[in-house]
Ligand binder design. Sequence first.
Ligand code: G6Q
Length: 546
Amino acid sequence: MNNRSDRPSWKALDQHYSESKDIHLNDLFENDPERFSKFSIEAAGLFLDYSKNHLSAETLDFLAVLANESCLKERIADLFAGKKLNNTENRAVLHTALRNFSEQPVYVDGQDVMPAIMSVQHRMRALVESVHLGGWRGFSGKRITDIVNIGIGGSDLGPRMVVSALSRQAVQEVDVHFVSNVDGEELSQRLSKLSPETTLFVVVSKTFTTLETMTNARSAKKWLLAGYSDNAAIANHFVAVSANLKAVKAFGINPDNSFEIWDWVGGRFSLWSAVGLSIALAVGMDSFERLLKGAYLMDEHFSQSPLLENMPVILALVGIWNRNFQKASSVAVLPYDHRLSRFPAYLQQCDMESNGKSVDREGHPITVETSPVIWGEVGTNGQHAFYQSLHQGTQPVPADFIVALKSDCNLKEHHKLLVANCFAQSEALMKGKTAEEVCIELKKRGLNEREISRLVGHETFDGNRPSNTILMDRLTPEALGALIALYEHKISVQGIIWDINSFDQWGVELGKQLANVIVEEIDGGLPGRHDSSTHGLLTRYHLVQK
Ligand code: G6Q
């Protein structure tokens, strides 16, 4: 049966929702003093409190039936076994092999991929250590002081987020920068602060054809050669990460300076591969391996734990409950850690590119909602911006709060305030403030009855708004690895339950084709056949160029 909503488990959940929807979260806590311990789980150094969601043990049981009907356990096993779950591109999905510390082989088409992974990791270590120790030098003999990662989408967002998150582990020897946008402003502003003699470019592109990346890489090459006027300099200042080593060579990068990725590494899941070279350059190969280790611990937990004792599965099921039955159309990701400021953008791609689909694995339209809009911002900044709508807007938005309990910063007083704000917000979203409480407060402020009745509605909060809280002791490389893997697996589980292919991205491919057509018309000076809006916009462009 293709239609998820026709399944008995789906109908049972629908029924359960209509029976339980009027129960306020406050009552769930009021009626069960053990609720926090019942609805929280610990794994791989992370703690997930999901008790502030509209669910009961019965809800989880219904969701488990849905998971079983979707053959979730079998599909998880298929994922780790290298089955070709990306059925539109006929590819395995094996980012887990990149952090496989089990010493067990992983096969794709009958071939163990582990030796190739180890060999690339070995070469990454050699490069990173050589740059840090000054063995790798610029063409004029100077040490490398700056790394520029040129890539976009999956070849940018993950590494960029991790480098920022692990700023405490950053080595002194080099600064790592990222350039992704085809808007020349980004590259030219970055280059204006750098010297060709001391800069190493890491060009990251699985396909090595992406317009933005190739344009930036060509401009970076010109900039370098303007300083040196000798093509031989490219060998000292460019390395590449790609699955298309032929194109890397054609670009002029020495094959000895190229790092391979494979078709079974999806762009948005690739930070664990050589795509993470800039991470390793930023924090050292040992810290990079600690990141992989943390992810591996989460993989072990995910592949081995029963469904209702499995953190990624729980997070996914709670998300399905909120998305498909509570009808929440977006999820706010709210890290209370400045270093995680890029985490919402990273997760937005990982989730929405994976599960923003409207046909099932066989290409039939899906009758249930898939990926919600994922968005967010670091917590306290968000509090002074969009939290108003989280508290009092007409659309309840489930939120994921993320915080480390211990600070790595010497301003310890700040951390207490940070944690207090994080906990207070999830409590306030749940509890709200009743009209009675508001009236008492307003009376205390000396307001008269007329003023009170005018203000009471404005200052009342319904509460009852769901959230998860994810805790870690410290934001270490291991904890970050586990956190990323947690969300990666959550996304896969949701894709399995919605019966979609979470591992292709035809919408992204379309964008890549569309711009190429218009670029030719811009070059040719004449708009082609378009709708009147696109034609009009192009005509205005041409007019202004004259
Ligand atoms: C990720 C997507 C997409 C991709 C970029 C860059 O899963 O496939 O975001 O990473 O379009 O592609 P290249 O690495 O091929 O340049």
